[in-house]
Ligand binder design. Structure first.
Ligand SMILES: *Cc1c(COP(=O)(O)O)cnc(C)c1O
Length: 386
């Protein structure tokens, strides 16, 4: 038996049972104080230079509306989302938080959306010469300068101006007429592997490309990039995952606090015996007398099906295995070792907590903490603490 997710005084603190209504099948507790503390810890690792807030995908699944104000209060003045629709939803809230927050769309400027950006005070991350041309033309049409970030591709080959376009832009600086670059940025592909040779290659490519572009504050680091050292830092970091409690240094102890605690309710407990099986596909068979608890969370809630037969949960602080296949709305636990008055219908069990966080569950699911967070379902009762 390993440590209980309940027995910790740091991060994702237990919500009082009274906060969870009787009708809740599951409760997702999101610790906003831990979010703020993680942001401060990252800023300290970034040597107190400015940090943006990255709240794409609804704040990594935890609620951009709740999290963005916390980060703005901690000093974030640049906020990144992936899509224009996300930015449109968030802009009024940010305006209420602070009069001067720059809101950027990482995925760039899709044709025909120029007016939506300008009229809603949203800044595109310009990812190609074509997007730069469209933004310049929009500025000319409006007869005023328009701000934007420029992203260049330093080796990830995902988004941003490829090297040839950086060179072309250098040769034709008039293509930026009417554009005020507020950031020159790039993104690291391997920052969570500090020994990966691509980190230094991308750093060299970013430095060289920056020389060819107009002077603007530079932004290079995601969460893990911050921990590659000051050579990688530049002016503004864009941490996402670590703010939400994902370990940005997978090869070392986590420098951040867990943010989420996830609990789900036992619906039924049944006694079975060999050779009875549990769940779809009859993949688990009892070796002898056993008690099986059916719990109200499944893959539709982001408790991934790949956790079948591999996960762990905690009943009143005691570890129990997930048995059989995870189904859409339900999973099964072997609670044979737990006292019947503890592992009983109505009891909430811990699926995610400080002792067994998103990184551990991700390991069991064969994925990364990012995917666990962004998959967390909409059916949980969400409780924001702190
Ligand atoms: C998602 C994203 C980030 C944040 O990355 P984390 O690894 O979550 O810290 C930063 N920059 C860009 C371009 C991104 O797409």
């Amino acid at each position: 038996m390993t440590t209980s997710p309940n027995n910790t005084d740091e991060g994702a603190g237990p919500a009082a049972e009274g906060q969870v209504p009787a009708r809740a099948s599951g409760a997702l507790v999101i610790d906003l104080q831990a979010v703020a503390e993680n942001y401060r810890r990252l800023r300290s690792a970034f040597l107190e230079k400015p940090l943006a807030a990255v709240v794409k995908a609804d704040g990594y699944g935890l609620g951009a509306e709740q999290i963005a104000p916390v980060l703005v209060k901690q000093g974030a003045r640049s906020v990144f989302v992936a899509q224009l629709d996300e930015a449109l939803a968030l802009r009024p809230l940010l305006d209420r938080c602070h009069p001067a927050v720059s809101l950027y769309v990482l995925n760039g400027l899709m044709p025909g959306t120029e007016a939506d950006f300008v009229e809603n005070n949203i800044l595109p991350v310009l990812n190609s010469l074509g997007e730069i041309d469209a933004w310049r033309e929009e500025a000319a049409r409006r007869g005023r300068a328009l701000a934007a970030a420029i992203q260049l591709d330093s080796g990830m080959n995902r988004l941003g101006l490829p090297q040839a376009e950086v060179t072309a832009l250098h040769a034709a600086p008039e293509r930026l007429e009417g554009i005020v670059p507020t950031l020159v940025m790039s993104h690291l592909a391997c920052a969570d592997e500090p020994d990966h040779p691509q980190n230094a290659e991308q750093l060299a490519a970013f430095r060289a490309a920056r020389e060819m572009l107009p002077m603007a504050p530079a932004s290079f680091c995601n969460s893990s990039g911050i921990f590659l050292g000051r050579d990688y830092h530049f002016d503004l970091a864009r941490p996402g995952a670590a703010v939400y409690g994902v370990n940005p240094t997978p090869e070392a102890a986590s420098p951040v606090l867990p943010v989420v605690r996830l609990r789900a309710r036992i619906l039924q407990v049944r006694a079975i015996d060999a050779p009875q099986s549990v769940g779809y596909g009859a993949t688990y068979r009892a070796a002898g007398p056993a008690r099986i608890a059916t719990v109200a969370a499944g893959y539709a809630d982001g408790y991934l099906r790949s956790i079948s037969g591999r996960g762990r949960a905690w009943v009143d602080g005691q570890e129990v295995p997930v048995v059989g296949r995870v189904s859409m709305d339900l999973l099964a636990l072997d609670v044979t070792e737990i006292a019947p008055d503890v592992a009983c219908a109505g009891r909430m069990v811990d699926l995610l907590g400080p002792g067994h966080g998103v990184d551990e569950l991700a390991q069991e699911a064969g994925t990364i903490g990012y995917e666990i967070l962004t998959a967390l379902g909409r059916r949980y009762h969400r409780i924001y603490s702190g």
